[in-house]
Structure formats: C-alpha cells, structure tokens
Design a protein around this ligand. Structure first.
Ligand code: 0XW
Ligand code: MG
Length: 368
C-alpha cells in the first residue's frame, strides 16, 4: 500500500476551436502535467494539473514539474491508505504549491478507489446523481458572435452559459451582455466572468448599465480587498474564482460574506480532498459553486465530475471541463465528454479513466 514509484508525464493540448480569450490572457495550447502513482500492492493511480497558461493565476506548467521534482523522491514509501497522511507528508516536503500537490492527491484517491473497488465519488461522500450539468464558456469576443455561440450552446443542451468580458471598452461588454440575454433569455443561467480585470469603479458602472439582465458576476476585480469594496453595492450576485487560493481563504470569504458563491478549481484548492472540504463549507451556508479546473484532459475532468456528483444539485453551478476545446482523449476507451450539456459520472473503480501512457510524453520517474 506504499508508493513505490511516481512517473511524471506531459501532454500538449492545442485549443482546437481557436484561441481561448480571457480579459488578461489568451491561450492557444496548454501544457498539462500528469502523475502516475504506483504502489507496492500492484496498483497505479493518475492525477493531473494543467494551469491555463502562466498568467491566469500564480500557477504554471514548469512550476508543476518543479514541485513534483521537489517532492517526488520524498514521497516514495508513503502509505496510501489515507489522503490526509499523504497531504501531511507533502507539506513536510514543500510548503504551499497546492496545485502541484493536487495531482498527487487525485492519483492517491484513484489508487484507494481501485483498492476498495469503489468510484472516487464514493470516497468523497457518495454521488447523488449519475450525470452532472456542465456549462459553456464563451470567450471574449464580438457581441453578435458571443450571442450566436451562446444560443447555439443552449440549443445543444447547456443550461448555464459563462461569458468572458473585460480588458476592452466597457460599451462592448455591455452590448455583449445585452445581446447574449436577447439571444438566450431564461433558457439558461448566465455568468459574466471578468477574470480580475475590472477596477472597482468599472465593476460598479458595468453592474448598473446591465441592471436589467439577470446574471452572476464572476471575479470582477483582482484582489479580495477590491471584492470587499463591492459588497452591498451591486445589483448582481458575485462569485469568487481566482481569489479562492486555498480552503482557508474560502472559509474567510464565507465567514465575511463577501461572495454569493464560488467558481472552484480543484487543483487550486489542493486536490479533491480539500475541494470536498470547501464543498461542505459551502453547503453549511447554502452557497452555490462550480467544480471545475483551469484546463486539462480526461484525468482532471473525471476528478471534477466525481466531486460535482457529490454536491447538492441545488448548489451545483456546473462542472466545466476543457473537452469541447480539445481533440482526442488520454483514455480513448472511457473518455469524459459533454453530451447535451451534461457529463456522465465515470463508472468503474477509482477515477474510472485510465490514460494510455503511449499518448503522453514521460518526463521523469521517482523511485524504483
Ligand atoms: C471557464 N474556466 C473554468 C476555464 C478557464 O480556465 C477559465 C475558467 C474560469 O471560470 O475563469
Ligand atoms: Mg472564472
């Protein structure tokens, strides 16, 4: 039951449907890091961490690999019967860098699930659904085009549309929001995501100019202090995304009431074990949230879906995965896909997906 080897792999993931534009940064290809943790009882489990470039949040692909290099040798011999014990071991080897530790946490849960013959969702408290709603993210674009894409995605089954704004003229953002609303109306819920690019003054103006459109405003400003300044001054509910840098910050945000919900990233919070804690804190205050990650393939997608399946459906804003922007799968046999705006919870023990290692580039091995 002890870790005897850790393999680190890289996957290059081009964005197949064009550039994915956000207020601060655009991405054309992603660099994903996968870990395969093998144990001395003959099992192996997979984890993944894929920052969406080096600018979205203080995570980057090279940092993920450096963190694994720092911890890898010291993790050999660690007992995998408890994710909390593995977390303590990782904290003894490297402070912080939750997005790196997340990949190991997910891989260890995959191992435990296989050992016990249960899906990861069972280890996280138990699935309450067998498929989770996803949402579509419309990148920063020209107003008519954003409205066209939003309408098309609603027709295909999505019941939540996220629209990226900011980093350009306020007037164009306002026009985009109005056109999306005209195009989809109440057929889907709308999130407007500024990805940290608005000043407080800009967010207040934007909020007033779009007062007639029902949406949640996601991470308008850069810092949590700026977000605090918005409290009580907006027509629209507010979600925190990039500011939720760890579970402690989520706890603080819930305690101070600065957000009406969250856009969680599993790797940013430190993996599934910690994201499940954030889920439970949200449940105590009836706060809605997503179960996403920044980017990545089947492994992180499966992890997000397992977590999403354990959330009270009333509080689940959706599970975003990158699949619609990717070509191919690490696991061509049991790929994680969005169908009619929903994602089936993977069956089988552990994560329920198994990458074909031949499709990945092996970068390093620790142990053995
Ligand atoms: C829609 N996402 C989950 C995908 C990109 O990583 C950005 C992100 C977000 O909500 O900011
Ligand atoms: Mg966001």
């Amino acid at each position: 039951m002890r870790i005897d080897r850790i393999h680190v792999y890289q996957a290059r993931l081009p964005v197949v449907d064009g550039v994915y534009r956000m207020s601060h940064t655009s991405v054309e290809a992603l660099d994903s890091t996968l870990v395969e943790v093998t144990t001395d009882d003959g099992l192996s489990g997979w984890g993944e961490t894929c920052p969406i470039g080096p600018v979205y949040q203080p995570h980057h692909a090279l940092g993920a690999r450096a963190g694994l290099e720092e911890m890898g040798p010291g993790l050999i011999g660690t007992d995998t019967s408890s994710t909390r014990a593995v977390a303590r071991r990782m904290d003894g080897l490297l402070t912080g860098h939750e997005y790196v530790k997340a990949a190991v946490d997910i891989a260890v849960l995959d191992v435990i699930g296989q050992r016990l013959g249960v899906p990861v969702s069972t280890l996280l408290g138990g699935a309450v659904v067998d498929s989770v709603p996803s949402y579509y993210s419309v990148t920063v674009g020209e107003p008519d085009e954003s409205a066209r894409v939003a309408a098309e995605k609603v027709r295909s089954g999505y019941r939540r549309i996220q629209v990226k704004v900011a980093g350009r003229d306020l007037a164009e953002d306002v026009e985009t929001v109005r056109k999306v609303w005209e195009a989809i109306g109440h057929r889907a819920r709308i999130s407007i995501d500024a990805n940290r690019a608005m000043t407080v003054a800009h967010a207040l103006q934007f909020d007033r100019l779009c007062a007639e459109v029902p949406f949640v405003l996601e991470q308008p400003c850069n810092t949590i202090e700026e977000m605090e300044l918005l409290r009580g001054r907006l027509h629209h509910p507010v979600l925190l995304d990039e500011n939720t840098v760890d579970v402690n910050t989520v706890l603080r945000a819930i305690g101070s009431g600065i957000a009406d919900g969250f856009s969680f990233k599993v790797t940013r919070l430190g993996g599934l074990t910690k994201a499940a804690l954030a889920r439970d804190l949200c449940a105590l205050r009836s706060l809605p949230h997503t179960c996403d990650d920044a980017w990545g393939g089947d492994v992180i997608a499966a992890a997000c879906v397992h977590l999403g399946a354990t959330v009270d459906p009333r509080l689940l804003e959706g599970v975003w995965i990158a699949q619609e922007h990717l070509e191919g799968h690490y696991d061509p046999v049991n790929p994680v896909v969005v169908k009619d705006g929903h994602i089936a919870v993977p069956q089988g023990p552990g994560l329920g997906v198994r990458p074909d290692a031949d499709l990945l580039e092996r970068l390093a091995t620790y142990g053995g």
